[in-house]
Design a protein around this ligand. Structure first.
Ligand code: KE4
Length: 430
């Protein structure tokens, strides 16, 4: 494949944008190649500036669950734009999308829209601190909740991918209130939450971790979190920025039947436009300004174009059978990929929950940050480059998830499986 136009664009980008990208993981540093610049996408296909074509397994890190440029989304956004792009005033569409979210997500009685997942989680933690009057935040090693100061402690995603310890610029007296403990470890959870010294305001968790790669909750883990936080009056926050409307129309909390006190959403609910949201029990949400004293605001929150995209998105997802078909497709793909790994003798641990998955290059089980770190990131990088060169677009990090989308056909998946088999064989030659 020829990447010369993307390479030229990358050189230009680096002159005016830090690292040439607007989000670090896009720079592909951990997979040892330059990023391709995408110019167009439709359905399951991406095209780059050199005209190369790819089958997309990143789905813009989750939002594009039904593929790119879906006609319903394109027309909804176009129609909204023709009536104005932002008013800074309440609009009917915000009520429509909020009502759909309240209807869909069992624990949400009221919801506030923001512009990113980071804004959602940052606001939810501030709300939990304001509501409880306590300070400490408990998170989990390898989980990533966006780039707000409190979260940059043993975080996942780009922080993990780039191996940055946390981040300079985050004052010690901020992060001292953040405790990060191992995911899936109920005894450490119990010990930490019962530690009287800690004064815990909230626990924030990705109910299925996506930012150390896909790691499912072990039986009893989420239940333990819920039981302990209820007993100790600690706010339980589910960060469903990835899992929300991904694992089903009710997200992970419906999938596992565990109701948090607050839920953070993003990605899918914007249909690719910038939308985040946090919501939960009215008792807690009524503490948010202007009803309550906990301040949070945003010029473009509830933006009419983003609301239009979100409404169109949820209408598509509401269609009977959507998740069953997506799940069946993901089941088939995962089974056949496991068969390819077995046939070629490639050691790969395929962690998957419905249509989100990660193939860890290790033969050991991956159940938390420590075990995820055993994965062979060099081998992943070679696999990434080999797949990209044959038109398969994977997440440019071993510690991210890839997604099956409703737009991928059996032919797309069969092609990806064939190229994965070729790539595994090539890796095993080395
Ligand atoms: P944003 O601020 O990037 O919209 O959302 C932050 C966030 C919060 N919570 C979870 C569970 C998330 O996965 C994210 C963002 N996800 C990463 C990839 N896993 C975004 C990709 C990027 O940083 O460019």
């Amino acid at each position: 494949m020829d990447f010369s136009v993307s390479s030229k664009l990358f050189e230009q980008a680096k002159k005016v944008i830090p690292g040439g990208v607007n989000s670090p993981v896009r720079a592909c540093r951990s997979v040892g190649c330059d990023p391709v610049f995408i110019t167009k996408a439709s359905g399951a296909t991406l095209w780059d500036a050199d005209g190369n074509e790819y089958i997309d397994f990143v789905s813009s890190w989750g939002p594009m669950i039904f593929g790119h440029a879906h006609p319903d989304i394109v027309s909804a956004v176009g129609l909204a734009a023709a009536s104005g792009t932002s008013f800074g005033a309440p609009t009917p569409k915000e009520i429509d999308l909020a009502s759909m979210v309240v209807e869909a997500v069992p624990s949400i009685e009221k919801v506030r829209f923001v512009n990113s997942g980071t804004e959602a989680t940052m606001s939810a933690v501030r709300l939990a601190r304001g509501y409880t009057g306590r300070k400490a935040v408990v998170k989990f090693d390898g989980c990533y909740h966006g780039h707000a100061d409190s979260f940059l402690v043993k975080a996942g995603s780009g922080v993990l991918t780039l191996g940055i310890p946390g981040s300079p610029g985050v004052p010690e007296d901020i992060v001292k209130h953040t405790v990060s403990i191992p995911f899936n470890n109920v005894s450490v959870v119990e010990r930490t939450l019962r530690d009287k010294e800690l004064d815990v305001a909230c626990v924030i968790v990705e109910p299925v971790a996506g930012n150390m790669g896909c790691v499912a909750p072990q039986p009893g883990f989420l239940e333990k979190l819920r039981d302990l936080t209820s007993e100790l009056n600690i706010v339980l926050i589910f960060d469903e920025v990835i899992t929300g409307f991904r694992l089903g129309y009710g997200g992970a909390q419906s999938y596992y039947n565990i109701l948090p006190d607050l839920t953070c959403l993003g990605k899918i609910i914007g249909g690719g436009l910038p939308v985040g949201a946090y919501g939960g029990k009215s008792e807690i949400m009524n503490c948010v300004a202007p009803d309550g004293p906990v301040y949070q605001a945003g010029t473009l929150s509830g933006n009419p174009l983003a609301m239009a995209a979100g409404i169109a998105t949820l209408k598509i997802l509401q269609k009977p059978g959507f998740y069953e078909q997506l799940g069946a497709k993901a089941d088939r793909f995962a089974e056949e990929l496991a068969a390819v790994a077995k046939r070629t003798g490639m050691d790969i641990r395929l962690n998957r929950v419905e249509s989100m998955m990660t193939g860890f290059f290790t033969k050991e089980a991956v159940i938390d940050f420590e075990s995820a770190m055993q994965a062979d990131t060099k081998r992943y990088a070679q696999h990434y480059r080999q797949m990209l060169g044959r038109g398969i677009y994977l997440a440019p990090s071993q510690f991210e998830v890839s997604f099956i989308s409703a737009a991928q056909t059996d032919d797309h998946l069969d092609k990806a499986l064939k190229i994965a088999e070729w790539s595994f064989k090539k890796l095993l030659e080395k």
